[in-house]
Design a protein around this ligand. Structure first.
Ligand code: NAI
Ligand code: MG
Length: 367
């Protein structure tokens, strides 16, 4: 089998800083575990604007379409705030998402024991949490027509339309069921079928896919408002949650904040399977370019390292290597190492970007 290919796009601000640390993890795996990747690196966002006058060069876009996975740092920064809308750094990221047709956004919520005390939830509610929210990303109420602000008689009316086709529901459902298969065989779909017709269709289509293609997966349905309550009351009852764009926006933010700092949160966006069976995929930390701490060696590299671990598991079928990386992150945190963003947790030793990775690599070696 050919080597898995990875396109690395560090971007701006702390993007290149955290990506340097991911490169060290990749180098370690290549040297110690005999896993090899076909890695190429390119520029995106403000860095690409500076070099090419566009936040994403066509050649970079073409490369992104060919590789097994793209790993992106972060884009943007004050230097680019005054730029024209069409060449803003964010447009580079949006173009990637759009042209790769990344319709399934994966946001894990994992509670590392060492950080459980920082959660707003009680320890036993949160300890050991490991769930995955799959949000539909390219359709629904953020895109549906008609939309706009109109005048009706002597009133103005703002309109947005929730619209889902069967194929849009089916493809995100399949992506979520595939994840459930790689995880714990459990999936909960959320909508509001009690008050929304689009929700009725969503529920019917998810159940059809479950019956026809994934009978081994334990499938359930929940109204999204009840789901929001359950996420805070007893989040560990879930494993994979699949939901639409709007509810997913809210539910994934709730789930993320159950567990702590922005510097800890990875994400992935998946598209349709390519010829080799792997889905189109973009992995990226949830955080931005953090201009307030850029260039100071203070950025927490964990969100980006965990994004790479997701690529190992979900694009490359290297679950063991993913678990090695995740376990090493957990162990480094358990030793009390804290980048400044994690100092809200009591105790611990303050470290910078490089030292945190040093510790993670040492834990990988010791595992
Ligand atoms: P941000 O996520 O960059 O920063 C928010 C706060 O969290 C800051 O105080 C920052 O220092 C801290 N933080 C973020 N990541 C961290 C990490 N790994 N380690 C330690 N602390 C961390 O969001 P903000 O400030 O709203 O945006 C800054 C720039 O980033 C803007 O230009 C924005 O457009 C861009 N941005 C880019 C995103 C992307 O590339 N996906 C997402 C969000 C914002
Ligand atoms: Mg949001």
């Amino acid at each position: 089998m050919s080597k898995p290919s990875l396109l690395i796009l560090p971007g701006d601000g702390i993007g290149p800083e955290v990506m340097t640390e991911v490169r060290r993890v990749i180098d370690w795996l290549e040297k110690e575990k005999d896993i090899s990747f076909d890695v190429t690196e390119d520029i995106v966002g403000g860095a690409a604007y500076d070099a090419h006058g566009t936040p994403l060069h066509d050649d970079t876009m073409a490369k992104a379409q060919e590789v097994d996975a793209v790993l992106l740092g972060a884009v943007g920064g004050p230097k680019y705030d005054a730029l024209d809308f069409n060449v803003k750094p964010e447009r580079g990221l949006l173009r990637l998402r759009k042209e790769m047709d990344l319709f399934a956004n994966l946001r894990p919520a994992v509670c590392f024991d060492a950080l459980a005390a920082a959660s707003s939830l009680k320890h036993d509610v949160i300890a050991g949490l490991d769930i995955m929210i799959v949000r539909e990303l390219t359709s629904g109420v953020y895109f549906g027509e008609p939309r706009g602000v109109f005048t009706e008689g002597n009133e103005r009316v703002g309109i947005n339309t929730q619209r889902y086709t069967t194929s849009e529901i089916q493809r995100v459902a399949r992506a979520a069921f595939e994840l459930a298969k790689k995880r714990n065989g459990k999936l909960c779909s959320m909508e509001k079928a009690n008050v929304m017709e689009s929700g009725v269709l969503w529920r019917e289509e998810v159940q059809k896919i479950a019956d026809a293609e994934y009978p081994e997966i334990e499938t359930s349905h929940m109204y999204a408002d009840a789901g929001a309550m359950q996420l805070v009351r007893a989040p560990k009852q879930f494993d994979v949650i699949v939901t639409d764009n709007l509810f997913g926006d809210l539910l994934s933010d709730i789930a993320a904040m159950l567990t702590g700092s922005l510097g800890m949160l990875p994400s992935a966006s998946l598209g349709l399977p390519m010829a080799n069976g792997r889905p189109k995929a973009l992995y990226e930390p949830v955080h931005g370019s953090a201009p307030d701490i850029a260039g100071q060696g203070l950025a927490n590299p964990i969100a980006c390292i965990l994004s790479f671990a997701m690529a190992l598991r979900y694009s490359f079928d290297m679950g063991e290597a993913a678990a090695l990386v995740e376990g090493a992150v957990e162990a480094a945190l358990a030793d009390g190492l804290r980048t400044p963003d994690l100092m809200t947790v009591e105790g611990g030793t303050k470290v910078g970007t490089t030292e945190m990775t040093d510790a993670i690599l040492a834990k990988m070696a010791a595992a």
